[in-house]
Design a protein around this ligand. Structure first.
Ligand code: ZN
Length: 255
């Protein structure tokens, strides 16, 4: 019998590998359904990935070209470090592999990464600026997000993915200039939550700056707020109401 390993997430599931895998896949399918609800899909763009708890150089991801809002657990595919689909019979988005394989490799502490071409995230990204601490919620990203200050076209090779991972550093999120947002987390829930709330923080700052000059939260207060709402546990916990909602409204996501 295979020896059980300690889960690499802070998940509440048992240490059993199969249970941990299912745990991650269920949250991943739920995250896609929520991304669809929030309108984060743009054609075939966007991907959320969850590292496999056993084959840790591979990850689970959405099949290329499938609507986020139709994704169930059984639709998810697993892609190894060479870009080969090793579980599932649908293709992977080349950009998903090029970006996420490098982010997962560079951040062994992270279980999940999320990226899509959500409207306010991509609008904000075109400014080539970091988010300012103008609201309590935006403080989750205070001194914990970066800017990939480059755009050379669709990311189709892992060298570009490496550069994005390098720009991300040890932060929870990176703004990809002229492209959109990318977030990571120690759990699927956390990565998905940072994406959702970062998109809304982009919208809030766009709205505020369209109306006037926002008052900045002080460095001291922003740092203190980040310590409360910006932690791994806080990110995971913040996703829970959304998870409860989507499980009640779309229980077939578990199929
Ligand atoms: Zn993209």
């Amino acid at each position: 019998m295979a020896e059980l390993v300690i889960p690499i997430t802070e998940s509440d599931s048992s240490a059993d590998i199969a249970a941990e895998r299912l745990y991650r896949k269920q949250r991943l399918a739920a995250a896609f359904r929520l991304f669809a609800r929030f309108g984060f899909s743009e054609g075939v763009a966007g991907h959320i990935t969850a590292r496999d708890p056993e084959h840790t150089d591979s990850f689970w991801v959405n099949p290329f070209g499938m609507y986020f809002g139709h994704i169930s657990v059984s639709d998810l595919i697993r892609v190894d470090h060479t870009g080969t689909v090793v579980e599932g019979d649908r293709p992977v988005n080349t950009a998903a592999f090029a970006i996420h394989s490098q982010v997962h490799a560079a951040r062994p502490d992270c279980v999940a990464a999320a990226h899509s071409h959500s409207l306010h995230g991509k609008a904000w990204s075109s400014l080539g600026r970091l988010l300012d601490p103008i609201t309590q919620d935006a403080c989750a990203f205070y001194e914990d997000h970066t800017l990939f200050d480059d755009f050379t076209g669709v990311v189709l090779d892992t060298e570009e993915g490496k550069r994005i991972a390098h720009a991300l550093g040890d932060a929870k999120a990176v703004i990809l200039r002229n492209h959109g947002l990318l977030t990571v987390g120690h759990s699927v829930e956390e990565a998905a939550w940072w994406f959702i709330t970062m998109e809304r923080s982009c919208q809030a700052q766009l709205l505020a700056e369209a109306a006037g000059t926002p008052v900045l939260i002080s460095d001291e207060s922003a740092t203190a707020t980040a310590r409360v709402i910006g932690t791994h546990i806080a990110g995971k916990f913040s996703f829970q109401p959304l998870l409860d909602r989507i499980l009640r409204e779309e229980p077939d996501l578990l199929d």
